[in-house]
Design a protein. Sequence first.
Length: 374
Amino acid sequence: MALLGSTGSIGRQCLEIVRAFPERLKVVGLAGGRNLTLLQKQLEEFRPQLFYSLDPDFNPPGAEKVSLEEMAAHPDVDLVVVATSGGAGLKPTLAALRAGKDIALANKEVLVAAGELLIAEARERGITFRPIDSEHSAIWQCLQGEEGKEIEEVILTASGGPFRNLTQEEMAHITPEEALRHPTWKMGRKVTVDSATLFNKGMEVIEAHWLFGLDFEQIKIIIHPQAVVHSLVRFVDGSLKAQLAPPDMRLPIQYALSYPERWGNSELPQLDLEKLARLEFEPVNLDRFPCLRLALQAGREGGTYPAVLSAADERAVELFLSGQIGFLDIPELISWVLEQHEGKAHPSLEEILEIEPWVEEKVSEFVRSRGGVR
């Protein structure tokens, strides 16, 4: 396997699974970001033949430095785990598909920005994405053995994050530190903020649309604070199938790596039904979570709108985490950028790649129009 994003939260947990099954999983390539200390330790432990780093001066001995695309398409790689964040995962995912590799996908932005393009490439080569997101993994698991059955709808569950009961006035004063304290999951910084705004759930709706070939009307969202039911599928006869597990990303990661098998792993937590006091479900308040509403709108618009949405959120979260804009400025910035965009249906790869610099320019324009960031 090649692991893109090895130093991030998903990447580190992925390597925990590799440690548990050294006879079944071999790391051929590791791609990390700017955490060179951790990347160096990973290279020393797993001894891959390929590596990638954002730092051009990082050249440790013992492995060949290659691009992300070269690593993803390398002939010795069977499975590519895309655990990068943002648009960096797009070109290597496409390279992996064109080289006929299986793909375990943890990068939301890839399918959101270029779902039509990537799914077409995957279908042409008979490749099925193995989703790592807990919600999509749950749907995927529920659909095993149900090929050809009629799906009424899928229901994505959301914990609601730490702010689901706050008023708008209270949300205006949320700090980055508060947004990064998720009550249930341990995740990277950006996805934790996206969980607090529920933006991530809108991204997941767009992903589910592409992964499972569903109309947007077939994809529902429900708040489930306990985060034990990871998603559900309702069939036309009214039957509901759900996947339940403790909120631990290592389980969906392991399933993506072991598919079509299931491996026993004593390190993974077990769900004790007798200790579950209750399972709660409640509707989503879109007025409280405007980022979710914007994501759903962009998904239905299609074309280049989802790519603009994703890039605008990435920049907005960066500004929020650095203390330059407030929590409620995130949806305002995303909305403003989307309003400036003239959408294009069925974009090419080149047109998708042009969106990020365009969004960067528009974000700077937004900031200037408000007298700079605070």
